[in-house]
Design a protein around this ligand. Structure first.
Ligand code: NAD
Length: 261
């Protein structure tokens, strides 16, 4: 499979799953637009290093996915830079863990904005060009928490369930346009996002670090292993292939069997 000539935008792609997805798409020849909310020399250097390492074109566009105007600007700048946005991966996400009665409303608003509404704004901006071209791939990085719930993650679970619903609706609207929209639902992947929630989980569950990893995180995954970020990259790459052109409006779980239980 080759994605040569295709341009991919991956939101929140300076670390973790987003970076792994970007690397997987670039390895097949896609031009890459990396993104996060910062705009530092290190961000631009990351894109330059990816381009040099893989031998494709890559750019970094700083845009805060909490800001609807910035979401639209990300798509416009990517199209201006590389001519079109053919592949859109909505990956940016944050987490906060707290009981519902203590859940800070500003955290709720931020999680809904970054994990759900940003996908609405980027998809809205990208779809006209995909329709005009008759080809497009939208991959939303949801979560096992887009299908089932866990305690203390009210905003995250609500946002990810919403993202799965958005995925289905967009797929139906694009069904005759040669463009697909799907969601990947990872289980626990050891990334900075997961590392950062361990202290909160320790407090919420009154457990030590090893017990949280064993009893809260990996207890949910029958394989008892973290998913590798590269495995999410490989799944996104498959969804962007021609072999996946009839796969649309669905979720693909990459969760070590979590949602089979
Ligand atoms: P991560 O913290 O390593 O990466 C998140 C990325 O999003 C970073 O590049 C960060 O800079 C960026 N980001 C954060 N806020 C942003 C904003 N306002 N605007 C633009 N970019 C922003 O996390 P990750 O684990 O790689 O998570 C990536 C996605 O995968 C998230 O949507 C997350 O919910 C989802 N996910 C992760 C896991 C897991 O176990 N790690 C499991 C299921 C789903």
């Amino acid at each position: 499979m080759s994605l040569a000539g295709r341009t991919a935008v991956v939101t929140g792609s300076t670390s973790g799953i987003g970076l792994a997805v970007a690397e997987a798409l670039a390895a097949e020849g896609a031009r890459l637009v990396l993104n996060s909310f910062t705009d530092s020399a290190a961000d631009h250097a990351l894109a330059a290093a990816l381009a040099a390492r893989i031998g494709t074109s890559a750019a970094y566009v700083g845009a805060d996915m909490a800001d609807p105007a910035a979401c639209e600007r990300l798509i416009a700048e990517a199209a201006a830079r590389f001519g079109s946005v053919d592949i859109l991966v909505n990956n940016a996400g944050i987490q906060h863990v707290a009981p519902i009665e203590d859940f800070p409303p500003d955290k709720w608003n931020a999680i809904l904005a970054i994990n759900l509404s940003s996908a609405f704004h980027t998809i809205r901006a990208a779809v006209p060009a995909m329709k005009a071209k008759g080809w497009g791939r939208i991959v939303n990085i949801a979560s096992a928490h887009g299908l089932i719930a866990s305690p203390y993650k009210s905003a995250y679970v609500a946002a990810k369930h919403g993202l799965v619903g958005l995925t289905k609706t967009v797929a139906l609207e694009l069904a005759e346009a040669g463009a697909t929209c799907n969601a990947i639902c990872p289980g626990y992947v050891m990334t900075p996002l997961v590392e950062a929630q361990i202290p909160d989980q320790m407090e919420a569950h009154q457990m030590d670090r090893d017990t949280v990893i064993r009893e809260v995180m990996l207890a949910r995954q029958p394989t008892r292993q973290f998913v590798a970020a590269t495995e999410i990259g490989a799944t996104a790459l498959f969804l962007c292939s021609d072999a996946a052109r009839q796969i649309t409006g669905t979720t693909i779980s990459v969760d070590g069997g979590w949602t089979a239980m």
